[in-house]
Each structure stands twice: as structure tokens, then as C-alpha cells.
Design a binder for this molecule. Structure first.
Ligand code: ATP
Ligand code: MG
Length: 154
């Protein structure tokens, strides 16, 4: 940390499982968007709220119940500028075996539809939450929220 302009964002958890979550989100952002789509990864420590995440708001679907507002959390976002998801699809993405409407088409993207449900289970097991902000035509932002480690940060 010394001498670096970057902040450390610290969360307690199973490193293997958490990297599986982030790997899943990155793979999805590549597989389920057209070539040339932009993908951004953002990391930070915030308080839950409509703008930062964790609480409900229009266009947001969570795999589990919303967190209370104002809670300190660590966040990892994977945001793409791909096609996004329709509201009914967004509500089902965290269900086991759910795949998008084009999944049965010839030449469709491969996948079993399990990635996000596993990722959501891991997030919940860490006391956190996985959620999605999206609108059709407006990209998809998947957000992993984890409780902030006690005593971590400034
Ligand atoms: N970034 C994204 N943009 C648009 N649609 C997405 C995105 N990520 C996921 N989806 C949709 O959600 C569905 C479920 O995703 P999930 O990761 O659970 O399964 P999958 O990617 O199809 O298969 P796998 O089990 O290999 O991950 C996808 O099939 C796709 O339709
Ligand atoms: Mg996937």
C-alpha cells in the first residue's frame, strides 16, 4: 500500500470461490455480447444505496434479498455495453439452467445456464449479494457486493 496511489479494498472470503464468481462474470461479458463490446471492471468500497448498489431500484435484479441501505460493502462490477437484457430475462438470470432467449438457436453461444446461479450462491454464502443493473440496449452491469472486513480500510 505504501507509495501507491491505489486504495486497497479488502474483503474476507474464499479466494478460489470469489475468483470463480469474477471469472464467470468476465466470461459472460465476453460470450454474451457481440464482438467489439467494451467491458469494464470496477472495484471499490461504498455504502449500499440506489446509486452504488445493494438496494433495490428500477432496472436492478438481485439474486437474493436487497441489503439494508448505508451498509459498508466491497464491490466488484463487471459492466459491458452489449445488448443488455429485457426485464423478464433479467429476473431469471440467477435461476439454475436459465439461458437467454436465443440459446436454442443454431450457432448460439455455448453455456449450461449454471454460471450465474453458482456465482449467486457463492455471493450469498459470503454474506453478500450478486445483482444486475440492465436495460435492453443499454448494456449489463453485474455487481458482486461483499461485507467489508472489520477493521479494514481508512
Ligand atoms: N453480460 C451479459 N449480457 C447479456 N446477457 C447475459 C450476460 N450475462 C449473462 N447473460 C444471459 O444470462 C444467461 C445465464 O447466464 P449464466 O452464466 O448463468 O449461464 P451461461 O453463460 O449460459 O452458461 P454457463 O453455465 O456456461 O455460465 C446467459 O445464457 C445469457 O442469456
Ligand atoms: Mg455464464
Amino acid at each position: 500500500r505504501d507509495g501507491s496511489a491505489l486504495d486497497v479494498v479488502e474483503a474476507l472470503g474464499d479466494a478460489h470461490q470469489l475468483s470463480q464468481v469474477i471469472g464467470n462474470l468476465l466470461a459472460n461479458a465476453c460470450v454474451h455480447t457481440p464482438p467489439g463490446a467494451r467491458v469494464e471492471v470496477r472495484v471499490g468500497a461504498v455504502r449500499t444505496g440506489p446509486d452504488t448498489g445493494g438496494t433495490d431500484r428500477p432496472g436492478r435484479c438481485g439474486a437474493t434479498a436487497a441489503l439494508p441501505a448505508g451498509v459498508e460493502v466491497c464491490v466488484v462490477e463487471v459492466a459491458d455495453d452489449g445488448p443488455g437484457l429485457a426485464a423478464d430475462a433479467a429476473q431469471q438470470v440467477f435461476e439454475r439452467f436459465y439461458r437467454g432467449p436465443s440459446a436454442d438457436r443454431e450457432g448460439a453461444e455455448p453455456g449450461s445456464g449454471l454460471g450465474l446461479s453458482i456465482a449467486a450462491t457463492i455471493a450469498g454464502a459470503h454474506g453478500g449479494r450478486l445483482e444486475l443493473d440492465t436495460r435492453p440496449g443499454d448494456g449489463a452491469t453485474f455487481r458482486l457486493l461483499l461485507p467489508r472486513s472489520v477493521g479494514a480500510g481508512p
